[in-house]
Design a protein around this ligand. Structure first.
Ligand SMILES: *Cc1c(COP(=O)(O)O)cnc(C)c1O
Length: 559
């Protein structure tokens, strides 16, 4: 009896022991697996960012958490809330008209109004809001309005009104719109030397083009390479649309430092950041902050070697960079400055390019083109739902219904400008930018030009200890200029457009005056100094600027 139960126990032990051991192994195996995964992730992160940058990141992360904790203490919370309320009032006072006699339209009129009434109401708004309807015509802008000529406006309006109700979601109903969109993409592919088999789509703007590209690579990498935790590598000068897209789509983004002199992404650091989860490298031609281009050829070699994508952001370069060579400007000046190196599909390894027709293409706002080296790659951009109760649903980009009228406007502008028109625009605008850059380099010893911008943007920083470039920017604001303040380093830029052409001498004179003023009597009160000074001055800065920015967005919707 005893021996039978013993043998039964033995046999059951024999049966279950392996299981118990495996379970134990599995547990520790799982433990080691998790540890290894984290070690790999940490190692990749460290490789990508470097030890100092990772330490700085950790420090920033900790200090921001500490700050958030401090901000929760009731007394500080009240102080911050009071400051924020004040800032909110400030912002609203600047944006939103106040007073009893401002007519507000907060509910639908019970009876519809006629055209005459509508135009009159718009006139009233324009005058009441400080004649803002056409203040841009003074031309003291950075970017924003790229052409603005009356003749071109007439052409856009004519095309728009003709196709006002059209929607490319229904190509059988609006066949002309379908044809025009395909032709716009084809013309852009030609400009950027798309090989046979390349393709693209239109989108609503540079941001959508970039977000669609990110989605394309994410789905491509998942399907072709089985990557489930995709990562992309950009530079600090890449447009914020990449961060926005990565945030929307759940991609990990590595932001790589640039060379402070050339302002190009440090390719060695990009190489170090590549790991098996990397799906995409990004280069700009030209970048938004300082108008320099990345070394696209070097990035392309890396992308090819690792069998990943390379997106070239030509949203700003748009209809300038493809014409620089023909304009005789791609080789730079006699000092070897402002040279343009290859950036388009002629560079093997470039797999997609975004180009904003609504910037230097002079098309109406709300148009951009995203191009791919192969139509197979473009497939990953599409969204298709064959089993929707509303019918088979297929759309090429983010929007469902789209404004066909904008496509018509874009097509009309491209036909009107032609190669000759864009070529002379490129020549004039780039010459204006280089005249400004040369004047800063040669005649304003307190300032320097960031890098060697080959196209239309010029950014300046300060090399004089008593001249704050943001203070210079505020001086320019007092002289009627709307320029952009930048960080890393503190600097200011102008994106020259057709509106800048008659104002080049004025710009240089105003800049000299602003430098003199900034040196002798800095006010320290302008908005550039306030915003960017705050953002960079302390650990609290980014948190506060973030809150302020959201307050600003709230104010936009105050009726
Ligand atoms: C303007 C710009 C974008 C984004 O374009 P939007 O049309 O404003 O969405 C992207 N990249 C660069 C370099 C740009 O200048």
């Amino acid at each position: 009896m005893a021996s039978t139960s013993l043998s039964a126990a033995q046999s059951s032990l024999r049966r279950y022991l392996p299981l118990i051991i495996t379970l134990d192994n599995a547990k520790s195996g799982l433990f080691y697996y998790v540890v290894i995964i984290y070690v790999i992730k940490a190692h990749r992160h460290l490789r990508a960012r470097g030890i100092t940058a990772s330490a700085r990141e950790l420090y920033t992360w900790i200090s921001q958490h500490v700050i958030r904790l401090i901000l929760r203490v009731p007394s500080t919370r009240q102080k911050v809330a009071a400051q924020m309320d004040k800032a909110k009032l400030d912002i609203e006072n600047r944006l939103v008209p106040k007073g009893e006699n401002v007519k507000r339209h907060l509910t639908l009129p019970s009876e519809g109004k006629n055209l005459e009434w509508i135009i009159q109401e718009m006139d009233t708004m324009d005058t009441e809001l400080g004649g803002s309807g056409d203040s841009w015509k003074q031309g003291k802008l950075s970017g924003a309005v790229y052409h603005g000529g009356d003749e071109l406006t007439k052409i856009i309006v004519a095309a728009y009104s003709r196709y006002c109700v059209s929607n490319p979601l229904h190509p059988e109903v609006f066949p002309a719109i379908r044809k025009m969109e395909a032709e716009i993409v084809a013309m852009c592919l030609k400009m950027y030397h798309g090989p046979s088999g390349s393709g693209g789509t239109m989108t609503s703007g540079g941001t959508e083009s970039i977000i669609m590209a990110l989605k394309t690579y994410r789905d491509w990498a998942r399907s072709v390479k089985g990557i489930k935790e995709p990562e992309i590598i950009v530079s600090t000068t890449a447009h914020a649309a990449f961060d926005k897209g990565a945030a929307y789509l759940g991609l990990k983004i590595h932001t790589i430092a640039i060379d402070p002199y050339t302002r190009q992404v440090n390719v060695k650091h990009v190489k170090r950041a590549i790991n098996p989860n990397t799906i995409l490298l990004v280069g700009s031609c030209v970048n938004f902050p300082d108008g320099n281009q990345d070394d696209i050829e070097a990035l392309a070699l890396l992308a090819k070697k690792n069998k990943i994508g390379l997106h070239v952001d030509c949203c700003l370069g748009s209809f300038i960079v493809p014409f620089l060579e023909a304009a005789g400007l791609s080789k730079g000046n006699s000092n070897g400055r402002y040279r343009l190196t290859p950036f388009d599909f002629t560079v093997d390894g470039v797999t997609s390019i975004s180009c904003d027709t609504h910037k230097y293409g002079f098309a109406p706002k709300g148009t951009s083109v995203i191009m791919y080296r192969t139509t197979e790659l473009r497939r990953f951009q599409y969204y298709v739902n064959p089993s929707w109760s509303g019918g088979v649903y297929a759309s090429p980009s983010l929007s469902g219904s789209r404004p066909g009228a904008l496509i018509a406007g874009c097509w009309a502008v491209m036909q009107h400008m032609g190669t000759e028109g864009y070529l002379s625009s490129c020549r004039e605008i780039v010459t204006a930018a280089r005249t400004i850059a040369d004047a800063i380099t040669d005649d304003i010893p307190e300032l320097y030009v960031l890098g060697d911008p080959p196209a239309s943007v010029v950014a300046f920083g300060s090399k004089h200890p008593n001249v704050d470039p943001l203070e210079v920017g505020d001086g320019m604001s007092r002289r009627g200029w709307h320029l952009n303040g930048l960080s890393q380093p503190k600097s200011v830029h102008i994106a020259c457009t057709r509106l800048t052409l008659p104002l080049v001498d004025q710009f240089i004179a105003d800049l000299k005056d602003s430098v003199r003023e900034a040196k002798v009597a800095p006010s320290g009160k302008g908005s550039m100094v306030a915003v960017y000074g705050l953002g960079n001055s302390s650990a609290v800065g980014p948190e506060m600027v973030g809150q302020l920015a959201s307050t600003f967005l709230d104010a936009l919707y105050k009726a």
